[in-house]
Design a protein around this ligand. Sequence first.
Ligand SMILES: [Zn+2]
Length: 456
Amino acid sequence: MNKLAKRAWFAMVLAGALLLGMAVVIVRYMVSAPDWVTFQSSPHVYSNGVMNSGVITDRSGTVVLNATSGRSYAESESVRKAMLHLLGDREGNITPFLLNEYGAELVGFDRLNGTYSTTDESAVMKLTISADVQKAAYAALDGRKGTVGVYNYKTGEILCAVSSPSFDPDNVPDIAGNPDTYDGAYYSRFLYAKYAPGSVFKVLTAAAALEEIDDISARTFTCTGSIEIAGETLVCNGVHGTVTFEQALAQSCNCAFAEIAGELGANTLTKYARRSGVAEQLHFDGVNTAAGSFDLSKAGKYETAWAAIGQYNDQINPCSYMVFMGAIANGGKAAEPYFVEKITRGNSSKYEASTEMTGRMIEKDTAAALAEMMHYAVENVYGTWNFAGLDACAKSGTAEVGEGKQPNAVFTGFVRNSQYPLAFIVVVENGGSGSAVCTPIISRVLSTCIVAMDSD
Ligand SMILES: [Zn+2]
């Protein structure tokens, strides 16, 4: 090969390498540009590590965060506290997951034009959350630790996702110096906590019984206040005498449900827990909720009975269990929950939520039968007056959390009125008795939900 041919060949190789390199850059740009633009140290988007674009409002249009220059929160202190776990704090102790997940839409970046000029209007993210409901729920928790969640099981809109304790981001207290008062103040209990469910788990055991035990609805159980299982004594919360299946759920009779657990067995209970998805993680709007657990792999008959009534090593995440309630309300499948309704910039839409349904969590007939049983409990035990005049179905739980500690109060259920298709959950840590502690909270929260939805 002469010198000239060698040079030509070399030039061809260089040109080829250049083209290949350009192709790689273009592909990476198309794929990753939105992430590069919203990267924490990008000077166009962040100042002092805070994104400098976008306004977040609640469902009524109330501004809950203005992040166009720095970060300013709602005018009302109570709204600032109630909304904090959804928006993040200035110090970075609470992750602003909505800003992170929708960074590209909020910043107004597109692949051809880059970031928009600063003269453009800011993007507005409208949440499904109601600041008024958040405020009411936080006030109703009244300084106690816990969470309140409410969502529309037909559409998926989350109206309430409050976590307590919280704090005012405009007046940050001495959190490290008051570990008891501010225990877990940096995380959303609604999204990331796991709790022993206590008797709210009887709903799931009842679902298995309805499908697996033929005559269950015609059966009666006798409760003398305790029951012997495999040589150990399981104690009830009262002496219920002879009760039907429906009464056993409404009065939360441990003896009846321990007997049912014995008939179902560990494998069947595990199958239903799995199918219902109550222990599954949920993924939406940049959130991965905490997974629950239902594990009977090392359980004997006694432990299985405890697990069937929501103790042993059962754990639920409040958000997941709320969705399970939605599935019972909605014939076996519920809408998947979400926080972000839409993102707009001026007249252009940057994001719009759509309703997605869960898989089948429960059979349709079983769901209908459970709803009736839970409604019976409202009429005969919890009191219809506690549900803002709505057609409600509910189950309480009083979950033991260890020697010398007050139990956690848990309360969950749903509303059947077609204009207010809401599922809810309340947890008050170390609150005491489930229904007594939680019904005043849910009463106040549902009343506020009605007002919020009527003014949509
Ligand atoms: Zn009993």
